[in-house]
Design a protein around this ligand. Sequence first.
Ligand code: PRP
Ligand code: URA
Length: 209
Amino acid sequence: MSNVHYMNHPLIKHKITMMRKDSTGTSEFRKLVEEITMLMGYEALADVKTRDIEIKTPIEDTVQPVIDGKKMAIVPILRAGLGMVGGMLALVPNAKVGHIGMYRDEETHVPHPYYCKLPPFISERLIVVVDPMLATGGSLIDAVNEIKEQGGKDIKCMCIIAAPEGIEAFTKVHPDVELYVGALDRCLNENAYICPGLGDAGDRIFGTK
Ligand code: PRP
Ligand code: URA
């Protein structure tokens, strides 16, 4: 699947292993999510456009490239995606931030949307959707549907851990969207949790279990 990019960097692999451990507590988990997001963001933004500006160094006037962060929107899927926002903003401090609220029904695993607020002029922005977990793919598929309905065109998604089932479902519905995956896991279990995974990402980030 040509629009899926798997991370191969040993630093990302190491930090994802640390996240998975059930002995990793809330504050360490949050820190790892942020660090992994920065490392993945570095890869995901490798083809972002730059424009030239005139600056003055202590030596001379020169024309040099900058990225236009204001033209970017980071969109976390609530709740767990919130843990990735700080990492993205560390890379692109003046990006705008939208929010999509969605939770999975515990029985059916079908996502239920409850909130959506995107920055204005969404059709002109590079949109980076962030969510640590891609399990069945339902939440990310619906989130991207919503963004496209509101006019979003240039969309990338970043997930730290993904199941093959989620990748297959997502790429079928959104073959035009670039998907960046930190680790590809084995499968889903009977509760649609990723194996080996890391458990419930929202609960681990916010300490709600
Ligand atoms: C988790 C995760 C994703 C979703 C992935 O959120 O953060 O959004 O599940 O599952 P899917 O690919 O099968 O849709 P959850 O629904 O647990 O909500 P929470 O972040 O508020 O805990
Ligand atoms: N959501 C999570 O937080 N973890 C999973 O393994 C699957 C969905």
